[in-house]
Design a protein around this ligand. Structure first.
Ligand SMILES: [Zn+2]
Ligand SMILES: [Zn+2]
Length: 364
């Protein structure tokens, strides 16, 4: 039995209730969740923009302590502290073998369909979102999606490595591979966008231009290292403003962290010849994106996507945790508020109003 936040109908508040938790099957572990970030993708599920049919336990940015391990799990044991990743890596499919573990067949199946049944209420199955379902006191996940971390890492900070930190920093380090001295623009400075900003600083970008509509988020972007800010509400032509800041050229990389076709086009217009527009924001299913075709071959611009920071979770998550513990990566500053599970619906309202970088649910 565990208290959980369950989505029963699209566009309705989550219901906080006790649910039954099945024991871990072969290759799975039972985790006592310590904390979970509230991410924009949870809201997207509620709004039917991602393919998880209710009833489903949401939450995909969690960390906790292993309570029980299923058959065949020999690299984790009860008491281990873990971050929960929403793309497992099986280590055995064509994608994992090719070194692109963030596209793992097994992991993507769970991340995109939430097919497994972990929870039950009155005999009815309830899905777990993205193989994680961290809006629950206890959850069951694949052992291949749990990353062990040292016991002294605070779990209410570590949870954010499960999605926002890895997605944002990884987009810069792994997908774009920004090099020292290159220039970067970041469109959208929420929980993930701020991590793109600090990823660019970690990679040595000479100019990191933050773009948003919210003055508060732009101020926050400065504390994460943005060298310049542009408020798109009053900047007029944003790509022009970016060129003005970069000697008339445009940036090497523009990251889109919103999921808006119009903003993706702005990113594409903001990069210089040979530059890359990197889409991190999730564009809703069935929505098309268009850019000026001329600029592809004749200006050698690229439009590329980035999933989960192109991260190898076994390599990158412990590395990001180390950077945090050495105070070289900001996570404390991402946590706008700590809340109880019962307050999760208000956290979504605050998110929609643009009031918070991250709300973090802390379990007793
Ligand atoms: Zn997320
Ligand atoms: Zn795989």
């Amino acid at each position: 039995m565990a208290k959980a936040a369950v989505l029963y109908d699209f566009n309705q508040p989550l219901k906080i209730e006790d649910v039954d938790v099945n024991p871990p099957r072969e290759g799975e572990i039972l985790v006592k969740v310590a904390a979970s970030g509230v991410c924009h993708s949870d809201l997207s599920v509620m709004q039917a923009k991602l393919p998880f049919p209710p009833p489903v336990v949401l939450g995909h940015e969690g960390a906790g302590v292993v309570e029980e391990v299923g058959k065949g799990v020999d690299d984790l044991k009860p008491g281990d502290h873990v971050i929960l990743a929403w793309v497992a890596n099986c280590g055995n499919c064509a994608y994992c073998n090719a070194g692109t573990t963030h596209l793992c067949d097994v992991g993507m199946q769970a991340a995109m369909t939430g097919e497994e049944f972990t929870f039950k209420k009155n005999g009815t199955d309830i899905m777990r979102m993205a193989g994680v379902a961290s809006f629950a006191e206890r959850t069951v996940v694949r052992a291949t999606s749990a990353i062990k971390i040292p016991d002294d890492v605070p779990l209410d900070r570590a949870c954010l490595v499960g999605c926002g930190v890895t997605t944002g920093v990884g987009a810069v380090m792994n997908t774009a591979k920004v090099r020292p001295g290159e220039t970067v623009a970041v469109f959208g400075c929420g929980g993930v966008g701020l991590n793109v900003v600090q990823g660019a600083i970690l990679c040595g970008a000479s100019r990191v231009i933050a773009v948003d509509l919210s003055p508060q988020k732009l101020e926050l972007a400065k504390t994460f290292g943005a060298t310049d800010i542009i408020n798109a509400a009053d900047a007029g032509d944003v790509p022009e403003a970016i060129r003005a800041l970069t000697g008339g050229l445009g940036v090497d990389y523009a990251f889109e962290v919103i999921g808006s076709p119009a903003v993706i086009n702005q990113c594409f217009l903001s990069v210089k010849r040979g530059g890359k527009a990197v889409v991190v924001g999730v564009v809703g299913m069935g929505t098309e994106v268009s850019v000026q075709g001329f600029s592809l071959a004749l200006e050698e611009k690229s439009l590329i996507g980035s999933l989960y920071g192109s991260a190898n979770i076994r390599r990158d998550m412990p590395g990001l945790v180390d950077l945090y513990m050495q105070k070289r990566l900001k996570i404390d500053e991402l946590v706008s508020r700590r809340i109880k599970l019962e307050d999760v619906n208000e956290a979504f309202e605050a998110m929609e109003k643009g009031e918070v970088a991250r709300s973090v649910i802390v379990f007793d």
